[in-house]
Design a protein around this ligand. Structure first.
Ligand code: C2E
Ligand code: MG
Ligand code: MG
Ligand code: MG
Length: 291
C-alpha cells in the first residue's frame, strides 16, 4: 500500500498536491520497473587528495536509467523509496553493483589503496547490515577498509542504541564510517561527540559560500577551517563536497582540508566512462592543476 502525502480532505483539492501525488506514483512505478528490469546502477565520482591531486577513492551514487526518460538523479527516488520501504531493495542492489564495479575498476586501474564510499539511508542501518556488508566484501574480494559507509545525521538523530551498536559492529569489522553533509543538520557537533566516525564530509553549501563574497564568505571560511581543525583533532579525514573552481581548491588546501570531490575533478560517471577517463589520464591532468 502506498503512503500518500495528502491525508486530510483539504489537501486532496490542492492542485499542486495532486501533481505531487501523481509524481510520487510515477516514481514508485519507475522504482519497481527499475528493480525488475535492472535499470539501477552506481555512478562514480572520484575523491581527490587535495595535496597530491591523486584519486583516493570514489563515491558511488545511485542512478535510475530509464529507457525513455533517461537518467534520473537520486534525490526524488530516495525520498519516495524511504517512504514506501523499497529503499531496502534499492540499497541492497546498489551495494552489490557499487562494490562489483569498484572491485573491477581498482584492479584494472591499479589503484590498490582506493576505497568506495556508499550512501546508506537510516532504514538500512538494521541488524542484518554488518553481515550483508561482509558477504558483499568477501564476494568481490575487497578489503573491509576499502568500503566506507556514508551516513547523514538523520541516521544518528534516531538516538537508537541499536543504531550505534550496528555502526560499531561495522567499524569493528574494518569498514569505515563517513558523516555526510556535515554542518547542515541540527546538532552536528553533538553527534561527533557520541559516534565514532572516520571521515567528515563538509556539505557543499559551505564550499559554495567560500567564494561567494561578502559576509557569508568570511564566516564560511572560518566554519570550514574550524571543521577541519576539529576533525583532525578527532583523527578524522575531512572531505569537501562540491568543489567547482580552482580557487575553492586552493582555499580548501590552505585550510588543511584533506580531500575533495566536485565537478572540477569529475562529474559522477558510469564506471566504464570513468575508467576510460582515467586511462586517458584526463582526471590526472586536471588534478595537476593544468586546466
Ligand atoms: P551526497 O551523498 O551528498 O552526494 C553528493 C552529491 O553532490 C551528488 O548528487 C553529486 O552528484 C553532487 N555533486 C558532486 N560534485 C558536485 C559539484 O561540484 N557541484 C554540484 N552542484 N553538485 C555536486 P546526486 O548524485 O544527485 O545525489 C544526491 C544525494 O542523493 C546524495 O548526496 C545522497 O544523499 C543521495 N544518494 C545518492 N545515491 C544514494 C544511494 O545509493 N543511497 C542513498 N541512501 N542515498 C543516495
Ligand atoms: Mg554521500
Ligand atoms: Mg554529501
Ligand atoms: Mg547531499
Amino acid at each position: 500500500s502506498r503512503k500518500r502525502d495528502g491525508k486530510n480532505g483539504a489537501q486532496v483539492y490542492d492542485p499542486s498536491m495532486t501533481d505531487k501525488t501523481r509524481r510520487r506514483a510515477e516514481i514508485e512505478d519507475f522504482i519497481e520497473a527499475g528493480l525488475a528490469n535492472d535499470w539501477l546502477d552506481a555512478y562514480f565520482q572520484p575523491l581527490i587528495n587535495l595535496t597530491t591531486g591523486q584519486i583516493v577513492g570514489f563515491e558511488a551514487l545511485l542512478r535510475l536509467i530509464h529507457p525513455t526518460r533517461g537518467v534520473l538523479p537520486p534525490a526524488e527516488i530516495i525520498s519516495v523509496a524511504e517512504d514506501t520501504g523499497s529503499i531496502i531493495r534499492i540499497g541492497n542492489r546498489m551495494l552489490d553493483k557499487a562494490v562489483a564495479h569498484f572491485a573491477r575498476m581498482v584492479k584494472d586501474q591499479d589503484l590498490p589503496d582506493a576505497y568506495v564510499a556508499i550512501n546508506f539511508s537510516s532504514l538500512q542501518i538494521e541488524p542484518g547490515l554488518p553481515a550483508r556488508l561482509a558477504t558483499v566484501i568477501e564476494r568481490h574480494g575487497i578489503r573491509p577498509d576499502a568500503l566506507v559507509v556514508e551516513i547523514t545525521e538523520a541516521v544518528l538523530m534516531q538516538d537508537n542504541p541499536e543504531v550505534s551498536q550496528i555502526l560499531g559492529q561495522i567499524r569493528k569489522y574494518g569498514c569505515r564510517l563517513a558523516l555526510d553533509d556535515f554542518g547542515t543538520g541540527y546538532s552536528s557537533l553533538s553527534y561527533l561527540n557520541r559516534f565514532p566516525v572516520d571521515i567528515i564530509k563538509v556539505d557543499q553549501s559551505f564550499i559554495r559560500a567560500l567564494t561567494a563574497g561578502g559576509e557569508v564568505y568570511d564566516k564560511s571560511r572560518m566554519l570550514v577551517e574550524g571543521i577541519a581543525t576539529i576533525s583532525h583533532k578527532m583523527a578524522c579525514t575531512v572531505i569537501a563536497e562540491g568543489i567547482e573552481t580552482q580557487e575553492q581548491w586552493r582555499i580548501l588546501l590552505e585550510m588543511g582540508v584533506d580531500c575533495g570531490q566536485g565537478y572540477l575533478f569529475s562529474r559522477p560517471l558510469p564506471a566504464h566512462e570513468l575508467e576510460a577517463l582515467m586511462q586517458s589520464d584526463i582526471v590526472h591532468t586536471r588534478n595537476s592543476g593544468v586546466i
